[in-house]
Ligand binder design. Structure first.
Ligand SMILES: N[C@@H](CCC(=O)N[C@@H](CS)C(=O)NCC(=O)O)C(=O)O
Length: 220
């Protein structure tokens, strides 16, 4: 049994839940999910910091006490040897390239705009960051849109972990005020991801987050 410490509305955490679903792993039987509210300090307790000094979810813990942090490392570890990390070494390197792109050029903008809109008060000074974050988000989405003009997936010839990684925050980019309407190929790809066997949707958000997202949208 593996244990996942995760915050369900976090895209980084959802990546692992999604892949476990594709792999046919069942919560309770094959893995435990310990809900860890990173938005309210649950990763900053002494007990959590002893396991992950970087104070982030997701985190995988094995029965023998080994710890694996970083969502995309978790995707790699769970998918290694399966079709979700397939192809030859060149194709697998391309998959990794998109996963590094996700962490450096996509998540820091798309995920952070969403976090500010749904998880900070309407008068948060962080809201001043939104125009720049949205601009950089659109640049990342444009790179994805261009890739999809010649390829169906980000993980080589078939759906794989780079697609899981990029789906995590792309599918909810509009929560952060980043419109998906101009990106028709991305919208088609999101639908193809949702049609994959064992796909698991992100759980519903708390009422407080939905309200903040709606109010942020109204505020523009
Ligand atoms: N690069 C990390 C990022 C993880 C991350 O940013 N986690 C956030 C939630 S999405 C977190 O735990 N933040 C809590 C904190 O910093 O206190 C990954 O991909 O796992």
């Amino acid at each position: 049994l593996i244990t996942i410490y995760g915050y369900s509305p976090s895209g980084n955490c959802h990546k692992l839940r999604m892949l476990l679903g594709h792999l046919g792993r069942v919560e309770g039987r094959d893995f435990r999910w310990i809900e860890t509210d990173s938005a309210h300090g649950a990763t900053r307790t002494p007990q959590y910091l002893a396991k992950n000094p970087n104070a982030k979810v997701p985190m995988i813990e094995l029965d023998d006490g080994r710890i694996l942090t970083e969502s995309n490392a978790g995707l790699y570890w769970l998918a290694d040897g399966t079709d979700y990390f397939g192809g030859d070494s060149w194709q697998r390197a391309q998959t990794l390239a998109w996963m590094f792109f996700e962490q450096y050029s996509h998540e820091p903008y798309v995920a952070v705009a969403r976090f500010i809109c749904g998880w900070t008060p309407l008068d948060s000074p962080r809201r001043a960051e939104l125009p720049k974050l949205r601009e950089r988000s659109r640049q990342a989405l444009a790179v994805m849109e261009q890739h999809l003009s010649a390829s169906a997936w980000f993980s080589g010839a078939a759906y794989g972990i780079a697609d899981t990684a990029l789906f995590a925050y792309t599918h909810c980019a509009e929560d952060g005020g980043v419109a998906l309407a101009p990106f028709a190929r991305i919208r088609g790809w999101l639908d193809r991801v949702r049609a994959q066997p064992g796909f698991v949707a992100m759980p519903a958000y708390a009422a407080e987050n939905i309200r903040l997202i709606e109010q942020s949208r109204a505020a523009g």
